[in-house]
Design a protein around this ligand. Structure first.
Ligand code: NAD
Length: 481
């Protein structure tokens, strides 16, 4: 239990909040991680003003100094991964190993983009006019607003902050209200990294208040948002009024295809991992399991048996595989969708119970539905919980068509031993990332990440593709004397 008050970080100073909200552990609601700011529009304005003032010097800073700052942040995240991973698991509810893994991965984002600082190359072209040279260079954009969701409290912030700073932008971070402790801990490290004051600012508060103010500000040059589709749309509408650049990473209804020729044990393992790890609270979760008729009954039986072995429990308890749902609202949403699935005629194979454990938390057992079809709401709308639905199909062509029949398109996977089917799926899946004999969740940090349709908008995140969003291109013509 902690009553510590965590202020905002604005213009290089810790600025006390006028109002605060408690951060509650979803594995144990009697445990508070402390009081966090409920910031005002004025706090957001002050942060944006500070970031704008810091931009000219920071964007022209020396590359080695910039790299050293990113390395410092990456080093400390990795060195403190156990401690900060525990904090993350305590506030978000993912099992400890996943929390520690997320913090370590976050450090790797800073290291990766630290190296990118020294790889900022331009292009040269000869002009169509003889004697004229052309250089194409990239420059920082200015103030980048970053709005993050609760499900990857440190990693999403890291994969946006690291490239933003690497390319010389100044930053205002607005994390999700449910998980401010991880953002605060990251900020505390950044505050000691040598970054000039104002180049990074943290404003913790409600999305509809400070997030909205950020999206409407004419002084924010670009907004990178990860969250739900409806909020993404709203942010884009507001940002476009100022012609601010927008990058949106949103929800999905990812499909995992299980073909008759699949290695069934591997298919079950990937389906369990993709559908239920992280309590199903991943934008890359396999919520639609599209299974061919020949393997269907055995797959459902084996999946159900494997689910019986999953250990639901307190995120911090050794052996827990499935932590709690993040909060009461999300738990109610999951249970509501369970009812919708049943009302629409899907058959509950197992799960969806709300067990009582030693600590009072938002626990739910993973749920599997069979006999569902792709028109059902549970297969069209993002639930964002440990609920997966099996859709039976006759052949690969039908499986492909069903997987692509979605408003979303972030990740998609296929379990097959057929090279022909795997190759066809890679070519014809309408999603941003395709996995063959792997879970739909779990991506690398040095390659592009993003989706299609309502899952993403704007340039890809991560790897070298990140510069498409975080820099602006300039074409310089010159005629030497
Ligand atoms: P959310 O949309 O409710 O909130 C996301 C962020 O937006 C929060 O910081 C919130 O405070 C802020 N916000 C809310 N209203 C706002 C407004 N009017 N203006 C500006 N900001 C506002 O999403 P969530 O519940 O925190 O996260 C879950 C969602 O995130 C899911 O849909 C999930 O699929 C998505 N997600 C996507 C990815 C991806 O990379 N595609 C990764 C993780 C999560």
């Amino acid at each position: 239990m902690s009553d510590k008050i965590h202020p905002n970080f604005i213009d290089g100073e810790w600025v006390e909040a006028k109002a605060t909200i408690a951060n509650v552990n979803p594995s144990d609601t009697s445990d508070s991680l402390g009081q966090f700011s409920s910031a005002t529009v004025d706090d957001m304005s002050a942060a944006i003003t500070a970031a704008k003032a810091a931009f000219p010097a920071w964007s022209q800073s020396g590359l080695e100094a910039r790299k050293a700052i990113l390395d410092f942040i990456g080093d400390e995240l990795i060195a403190r991964k156990e401690e900060l991973g525990r904090l993350l698991s305590r506030e978000e509810g993912k099992p400890l190993a996943e929390g520690i893994g997320e913090v370590a991965r976050s450090g790797q984002f800073f290291h990766y983009f630290g190296a990118e600082v020294l790889r900022q190359m331009g292009e040269f072209a000869s002009s169509v006019r003889p004697g004229v040279d052309i250089e194409v260079s990239r420059e920082a954009l200015g103030v980048v607003g970053i709005i993050t969701p609760w499900n990857f409290p440190t990693a999403v912030a890291a994969w946006k902050i690291a490239p933003a700073l690497a390319f010389g932008n100044s930053v205002v971070l607005k994390p999700a209200e449910l998980v401010p402790a991880s953002a605060w801990a990251l900020t505390e490290i950044i505050s000691r990294s040598g970054l000039p004051k104002g180049a990074f600012n943290l404003v913790v508060g409600s999305g509809s208040v400070v997030g909205d103010a950020m999206a409407r500000s004419a002084d924010v040059d670009a907004i990178s948002f990860t969250g739900s589709v409806n909020i993404g749309r709203q942010i884009a509408r507001n940002a476009i009024e100022n012609m601010s650049r927008v990058q949106l990473e949103m929800g999905s209804k990812n499909a995992l295809l299980v073909m008759d020729d699949a290695d069934i044990d591997l298919a079950v393992q990937c389906a369990i991992n993709g559908a239920y790890f992280g309590t199903g609270q991943k934008c890359t979760a396999s919520s639609r399991l599209i299974v061919q008729s020949g393997i269907h009954d055995e797959f459902v039986a084996k999946m159900s048996a494997a689910m019986n072995d999953l250990k639901v429990g307190n995120a911090l308890t050794a052996g827990t595989q499935i932590g709690p749902v993040v909060d009461q609202r999300q738990l109610e949403q999951n249970l509501r969708y369970m009812q919708i699935a049943a009302d629409e005629g899907a058959e509950l194979v197992q799960g969806g119970d709300t067990p009582t454990l030693d600590t009072d938390g938002y626990y739910m057992t993973p749920a599997l539905f069979a006999a569902s079809n792709n028109a059902m709401r549970v297969n069209r709308e993002e639930i964002f919980g440990p609920v997966a639905c099996v859709i039976k199909v006759d052949d690969y062509d039908e499986a492909l068509a069903v997987s692509n029949d979605s408003d979303f398109g972030l990740t998609a996977g296929i379990m097959t031993t057929s090279l022909k089917q795997a190759a066809h799926f890679k070519r014809h899946s309408k999603s941003g990332c395709v996995m063959v004999n792997l879970p739909t969740a779990g991506t690398d940090y040095h390659v592009p990440f993003g989706g299609r349709k309502s899952s993403s908008y704007g340039p890809r995140e991560q790897g070298q593709y990140a510069k498409e969003f975080y820099t602006i291109v300039k074409t310089n013509y010159s005629q030497p004397y």
